[in-house]
Design a binder for this molecule. Structure first.
Ligand SMILES: Cc1cc2nc3c(=O)[nH]c(=O)nc-3n(C[C@H](O)[C@H](O)[C@H](O)COP(=O)(O)O)c2cc1C
Length: 187
């Protein structure tokens, strides 16, 4: 299975650090998964403005192609202004609503405020529900204090939560292979 690990920000480095850690733990649970990291910071973004896909630049079309090609996703997001970064929302807006349908997704996030894990519950999960993703019931929210100066995760509880997330994600990914993406409705 092809899993896309999305670093959903163009600023900061802790979000990417959590993504690298979950990448390692997923490989421990299933070494046969093909894991690819997509860093939004490496792309030239354009605002979604309703033009046909063919009229966007190569980078935007490449992002869409990588999402379509994947069988599952890890979405990593920092919290910006009590929400997800605009560049991540813009990326979701580029996708056809069927792109992530019935595919497994896990979320990792980072913020400077402890209570802002609720951004994941109230804002990111509803977007993924709209896409009809198989969102794992657990996610991992880290706070800046869980990292050392070189952005290594130094909190054992966070490591255990990431291991558990990787375990559940791998199970969801394997289960999703038996769920047909062909729908009976027209939505
Ligand atoms: C523009 C901006 C807005 C932010 N808003 C919030 C916020 O509302 N809540 C929060 O918990 N953290 C907020 N933060 C902190 C970021 O979540 C944090 O910087 C990010 O997780 C990445 O950490 P790093 O920049 O040290 O790599 C904000 C950071 C920026 C740059």
């Amino acid at each position: 299975m092809k899993i896309l690990l999305v670093d959903g920000t163009i600023i900061g480095s802790k979000t990417g650090a959590i993504l690298e850690q979950i990448n390692t733990y997923i490989q421990e649970f299933n070494p046969n998964m093909e894991l690819k990291v997509l860093r939004l910071s490496e792309f030239d973004h354009q605002f979604v403005d309703g033009r046909p896909l063919a009229e966007y630049n190569d980078d935007m079309r490449e992002i869409v192609r990588r999402f379509e090609d994947a069988d599952g996703y890890i979405i990593a997001s920092p919290i910006f202004q009590g929400s997800i970064p605009g560049v991540l929302k813009n990326t979701f807006d580029m996708l056809h609503p069927h792109t992530m349908r019935y595919k497994p997704v896990s979320i990792v996030a980072n913020g400077g405020t402890y209570q802002h894990h609720l951004v994941i519950e109230n804002q990111l999960k509803p977007i993924l529900d709209y896409f009809r993703c198989l969102v794992t019931p657990n996610y991992v929210y880290t706070h800046s204090s869980h990292f050392d100066a070189s952005n290594t995760i130094i909190n054992d509880d966070v490591h255990n939560r990431l291991r558990e997330l990787a375990r559940v994600f791998v199970q969801y990914a394997e289960m999703s292979q038996h769920l047909s993406k062909v729908t009976l409705d027209n939505h």
